[in-house]
Design a protein around this ligand. Structure first.
Ligand code: SF4
Length: 222
């Protein structure tokens, strides 16, 4: 069966090509840690929150009156959006030469002058550092690439909406702060990343990353 990739599985390639190759080609995964359920719970209630505003044709307060959202609206084709944000369906593209499939599920889509913009929600424990958003660069390029390959015109940027806890009110409600970050999202970069991933998968098992303690542990016969 041809390999299936996602923006998050491709992200592993940037950490270590060997681990990426082992996961996709040999189905050998790194041991999974405890997966925090807070981000997926947040995604679920944010979806409901944003959909209420989409039905009214308005932007939610987190996006309103922001320099990055001038002239922007929530995407109103809910049938398409419900497919694109479904993890089992999502946006897909198959490389014709190898049959390798790329699948990515977005959180939400915005529109401006007929062009589509990816909006991704991120939940974190602390306020942002200057480079926090850079960890999501390849994910945003790949989403843009998927939209383009599915025939959509896209803007050359994506918006990341970060939620991080601020305080607890006397009534016990947890208040989150939000930060909206605009970052580059380029279909050509997405294509380069996808092709690089295909190249790695078609090659021999790559060398291990030389600053990873796991492989050192293994090679010492532990
Ligand atoms: S070096 Fe680390 S990240 Fe790379 S294959 Fe070994 S265990 Fe995985």
């Amino acid at each position: 069966m041809a390999f299936q990739l996602s923006p998050s599985s491709i992200n592993l390639m940037f950490e270590c090509e060997k681990c990426f190759w082992l996961q996709i080609v040999k189905k050998v995964r790194r041991p999974a840690g405890i997966f925090p359920s807070l981000p997926s719970g947040m995604d679920r209630i944010l979806k409901q929150h944003f959909d209420r505003f989409a039905a009214k044709g308005k932007l939610p307060p987190e996006l309103r009156d922001n320099e990055h959202t001038k002239g922007i609206a929530l995407f109103s084709d809910m049938d398409a959006l419900n497919v694109w944000r479904n993890n089992r369906k999502g946006l897909t593209y198959t490389d014709s030469g190898t049959g390798i499939l790329l699948r990515g599920a977005v959180d939400n889509i915005l529109t401006k002058d007929g062009k589509l913009i990816v909006l991704d929600y991120k939940t974190r424990g602390y306020p942002l550092k200057d480079d926090t958003h850079e960890h999501y660069a390849s994910q945003m390029h790949l989403y843009n690439y998927l939209l383009k390959q599915n025939g959509h015109d896209t803007e050359d940027f994506a918006l990341l909406l970060f939620y991080h806890p601020n305080t607890v009110t006397e009534a016990g409600e947890v208040i989150f702060n939000t930060d909206l970050i605009r970052m580059s999202s380029n279909a050509q970069e997405g294509e380069k990343i996808f092709q690089k991933a295909i190249g790695v998968l078609q090659g021999e098992e790559p060398d291990a990353s030389n600053n990873c303690g796991f492989c050192e542990f293994r090679s010492n016969g532990n």
